[in-house]
Design a protein around this ligand. Structure first.
Ligand code: GDP
Ligand code: IMO
Ligand code: MG
Length: 450
């Protein structure tokens, strides 16, 4: 089988700049696929100098030769998708509906999934801090075999109504018991809305398997735009503070309907500092003026985490929430290498880390942990049991750097930036091939010798 698939995966807690790298890889690709998650993702792509925040459509849509697939492993909010298609058309992107193929097997996020997401979070003693986009409840319905699929949006209204009625029996009970009577599903109204969205999206909803088979057969470049990241994986992340899909490479291939034999390269995406939005462990997190609800405390004296967040503009692409920020954790990369099979790393925001160093006078990289009285070089999976967050062991570089337009190759980079990359490579065991130096798709140094 031809090996023609490049997979882009997040290595930490999301927002590493996957959208930018997937779009850049799509420049000479035939097919680009979103494989997991839904509108919880927010991927930034620069098109004609403008930042586009995409939640469902792969960023590769901006290149006119690509076919773009939203795969069977995703969960699709049809309202969000429809708005996104209109936004892309208004921006002048070529033939969006002609090139976008939506797997009929992908599951549909309906308003009751978002209401359930809200309810589940409210009922939890330790909420996950979800994006409230209905992701968990939709994947639960899928696993419970009561989900509504994109194909169902093409059914006659009466059949769709029956399916929704069957699917929402228990959900209505939960709304009733929790004083949310106003959320009880008006099945008829919802079926009419779904049918309308089905008619709008009909041209794009299809069987994606023949498209994929054709591209593999003719050895055409396929790019998979992973969403979320390693530590948010349902099986391999910080359970229960995770999302409800499998963002690691294997889950991504499954969600895209791609055979593992077609895999050529896996590029793990990270940032030169790290961030997390939502709750859960974050060993290298820096103190910041954020209250317990995740809001920035106005007028507070800026702490290290605030400096990183402000210089990196770390506010959620999907929710606008301020992101928690901290130093680069190379130990997690080491674990991601083996779980996700990462061949190369792309480290974005090398420019921002230099500015952080200029402001604070130092930058740090976590190269090991102190955990349960031992030094370890992997991410432990019993944190929930021990209630102990691993304590980072840092290597520190004094100072920072500035990356200007004259930095075009690795050799042009300031020596301190190169020292930072060397520490990351040594600690993670993964070669750094790509370095992000700015937000545009082409703000990237590629090391051809790696
Ligand atoms: P994704 O979810 O992994 O696609 O990442 P997001 O789009 O949520 O967040 C990444 C943010 O960093 C976006 O605002 C990008 O424009 C920005 N970005 C990506 N790479 C770089 C880089 O190398 N330097 C700078 N300064 N910004 C970057
Ligand atoms: P991209 O693809 C950052 C986080 C949420 C929350 C947890 C569960 O842009 O990197 P969910 O709504 O999925 O049930 O929330 O996962 N989360 C993300 N964080 N980037 C994302 O996507 C995320 N998708 C989910 O903040 O902590
Ligand atoms: Mg994002």
């Amino acid at each position: 089988m031809n090996k023609c698939v490049t997979v882009i995966v997040g290595t930490k807690w999301g927002d590493e700049g996957k959208g930018k790298i997937a779009a850049r890889e799509a420049k000479d690709a035939d097919l680009v696929i979103r494989a997991t998650g839904g509108a919880n993702a927010g991927h930034t792509v620069v098109y004609k100098g403008e930042k586009l925040a995409l939640h469902l459509v792969p960023g590769g849509i901006v290149y006119p030769q690509t076919t773009c697939i939203i795969g069977p492993g995703t969960v699709i909010d049809p309202d969000v998708l429809w708005s996104e298609i209109q936004m892309l058309k208004n921006c002048g992107v070529f033939d969006v509906e002609g090139r976008l193929k939506i797997s009929g097997r992908a599951h549909v996020i309906l308003p009751y999934h978002k209401d359930l997401d809200e309810l589940h979070e409210k009922m939890k003693k330790h909420p996950v801090g979800t994006t409230k986009r209905g992701i968990g409840p939709c994947y639960s319905d899928k696993a419970n075999r009561i989900g509504i699929r994109m194909y169902d949006l093409l059914l006659p209204e009466i059949e769709l109504e029956k399916k929704i009625k069957e699917a929402t029996k228990l959900h209505n009970q939960a709304f009733k018991e929790n004083g949310m009577e106003e959320k009880i599903i008006d099945v008829r109204k919802l079926a009419i809305r779904c049918r309308l969205l089905g008619l709008r999206l009909e041209r794009c909803i299809t069987d994606i398997a023949p498209i994929i088979a054709d591209k593999i057969c003719y050895n055409k470049k396929i790019v998979v735009e992973g969403a979320q990241a390693f530590r948010l994986d349902l099986d391999h992340g910080d359970y229960p503070m995770v999302t409800s899909s499998h963002p690691v490479t294997a889950g991504t291939l499954c969600g895209a309907a791609l055979p593992p034999q077609a895999l050529k390269t896996v590029i793990g995406i990270d940032k030169a500092y790290n961030s997390r939005v939502g709750n859960g462990p974050f060993p290298t997190e820096l103190p910041a003026s954020i209250d317990e609800n995740g809001n920035v405390i106005k007028g507070a004296k800026p702490l290290e985490g605030d400096v990183v967040r402000d210089l990196g503009h770390e506010y959620g692409t999907t929710t606008g929430r301020p992101r928690r920020c901290g130093w680069m954790d190379a130990v997690i990369l080491r674990s991601a290498k083996y779980t996700s099979g990462i061949d190369y790393l792309c480290i974005n925001h090398l420019d921002t880390l230099g500015e952080i160093g200029n402001k604070l006078g130092y930058v740090k990289v976590c190269v090991g942990y102190l955990y349960q009285g031992h030094m370890i070089d992997f991410y432990p999976d019993d944190i929930e049991l021990t209630h102990e967050i691993p304590e980072p062991i840092y290597e520190t570089l004094n100072g920072g750097w500035t990356i200007d337009s004259s930095c075009e190759t690795y050799e042009d980079l300031p020596e301190l930036a190169k020292a930072f990359i060397k520490i990351v490579e040594d600690a993670s065991g993964i070669p750094v091939k790509y370095l992000g130096t700015g937000p545009a798709n082409d703000d990237l140094i590629v090391r051809e010798d790696v």
